[in-house]
Design a protein around this ligand. Structure first.
Ligand SMILES: NC(=O)C1=CN([C@@H]2O[C@H](COP(=O)(O)OP(=O)(O)OC[C@H]3O[C@@H](n4cnc5c(N)ncnc54)[C@H](O)[C@@H]3O)[C@@H](O)[C@H]2O)C=CC1
Ligand SMILES: O=C(O)CCC(=O)C(=O)O
Length: 391
């Protein structure tokens, strides 16, 4: 029986993927084999030794101490692209809210509670509506920082609305580059993007390199009146610097998914409570994707969509065979030493795969018979081997 510990509200559609004959799934569970979580922060928690994999039902993994877990041989999965459409739609909403008098206009309408005559209300409305006039998105320039799953969808939608789109992404993957519409112009650097954009939207991960990417210095480059949208992470923007820029009438508005005390109760800030991925569809997509990945790893050792391990997939050699998986420091000779252990114990290898990523290597070896406990112990004892499983 595998045990899965859940954190946060995980879609039932995803949890239903786990066959309850083989899996116990609960928020309160001892010695779990795996975790499924959303934004719950794991940095200050002790990881039980039983945990083999952690599945983030979403995109960002900054709430998981990935580097520490890598050292322990714990695979961290995420759900790339599974909530991108939900975020894209909220970004679009943010752009529309910032360019039209929607919120102020609705608040004004709702304040007319003393009026009882519909005709009088209509007259007043026609007289006052000019204070809520706005501008259109068509023809404006959108700068997209980070052109991955979300950034590319936002860019595509903006182009369809008749906007000009420029993008900046120094780490763009080949796959993401193929996905990108050819009309997206490339900015040489962040400063060039900021100086040309009427709207700036951030879609980068929260990593050391993006910490306070938007700060006092970079905000000097924005066009007067530009709207900044942050549906990525709080840490990417220095909120204090944003407030200074808003007060100086440089930045026009800040639309974000991360309220901070300094941002509250301002007409030029709209802050939603981290609801970018909070749609039924996104929650289901993410939960289903990571549940499937977690099961395939626990039951077969296959790895898909990990942020710290290589992608490794191998068909089972046959129903009579057994599977050994192990992960090790990515140094030479480890696989050879493990194969020597198997040879010394007359364990015949049928099929195998070995891949590495950064400082880690991961291996799947199908063998003719289930290895005895002393063979597993001997593999574990090989220098640089981190974890071993027989499945
Ligand atoms: N508000 C919300 O609820 C949600 C927020 N997010 C946040 O959005 C981020 C992006 O999500 P996805 O597009 O799905 O991820 P992704 O991994 O598909 O795309 C991220 C892109 O950022 C680029 N990048 C990395 N460093 C950069 C830098 N210094 N400058 C410019 N580009 C850089 C990468 O090359 C990549 O193309 C996530 O890491 C997460 O923090 C994601 C989903 C929901
Ligand atoms: O699960 C959530 O609601 C947060 C989504 C998110 O921020 C992400 O996927 O990176």
């Amino acid at each position: 029986m595998y045990k899965i510990k859940t954190y946060n509200k995980i879609s039932v559609k995803g949890l239903d993927r786990f066959d309850r004959a083989k899996y116990e799934v609960a928020s309160d569970i001892n010695s779990p084999d795996g975790y499924i979580l959303r934004s719950h922060k794991l940095h200050d928690e002790t990881l039980p030794e039983s945990v083999k994999a952690v599945a983030r039902a979403g995109a960002g993994t900054n709430n998981v101490p990935v580097a520490d877990y890598s050292k322990k041989g714990v695979v961290v999965f995420n759900a790339p692209g599974a909530n991108a459409n939900a975020v894209k739609e909220l970004v679009l909403t943010g752009m529309l809210l910032s360019s039209r008098g929607i919120i102020r206009g609705m608040n004004w309408s709702n304040s007319l509670t003393d009026m009882t005559d519909a005709g009088e209300m209509s007259k007043l409305m026609e007289k006052q509506k000019s204070q809520f006039a706005g501008s259109e998105l068509m023809g404006k320039t959108l700068g997209v920082v980070g052109l991955g799953a979300i950034g590319s969808m936002v860019a595509e939608t903006a182009l369809a609305l008749g906007m000009n789109v420029i993008g900046y992404d120094p780490a763009l993957s080949v796959e993401a580059a193929w996905r990108l519409p050819s009309q997206v112009a490339r900015a040489e650097n962040l400063q060039a993007l900021l100086s040309r954009s009427d709207f700036i939207t951030l879609h980068v991960p929260a990593i050391d390199a993006t910490h306070h990417l938007i700060n006092e210095e970079s905000l000097k480059s924005v066009k007067a009146g530009a709207v900044l949208l942050n549906f990525a992470r709080e840490a990417i923007v220095d909120a204090q610097a944003v407030v200074q820029s808003l007060d100086a009438k440089k930045l026009g508005m800040y639309i974000c998914d991360f309220p901070e005390p300094v941002l509250l109760n301002r007409d030029d800030v709209y802050a939603t409570p981290h609801i970018g991925a909070s749609t039924a569809e996104a929650e289901e997509n993410c939960a289903i994707m990571v549940a499937d990945q977690l099961m395939d790893y626990l039951e077969n050792g296959n790895i898909k969509n990990s942020v710290n391990f290589p992608a490794v997939q191998m068909e089972r050699a046959g129903s009579d065979s057994a599977r050994i998986t192990f992960c090790n420091d990515n140094v030479s000779g480890v696989l050879g030493n493990v194969l020597s252990v198997l040879a010394d114990h007359n364990v015949n290898v049928i099929d195998m795969v070995n891949k590495s990523r950064g400082e880690l290597a991961y291996n799947i070896i199908d063998v003719e018979q289930t290895p005895a406990a002393d063979v597993v112990a001997a593999i574990k004892a090989v220098e640089h081997v981190i974890t071993v499983r027989v499945i």
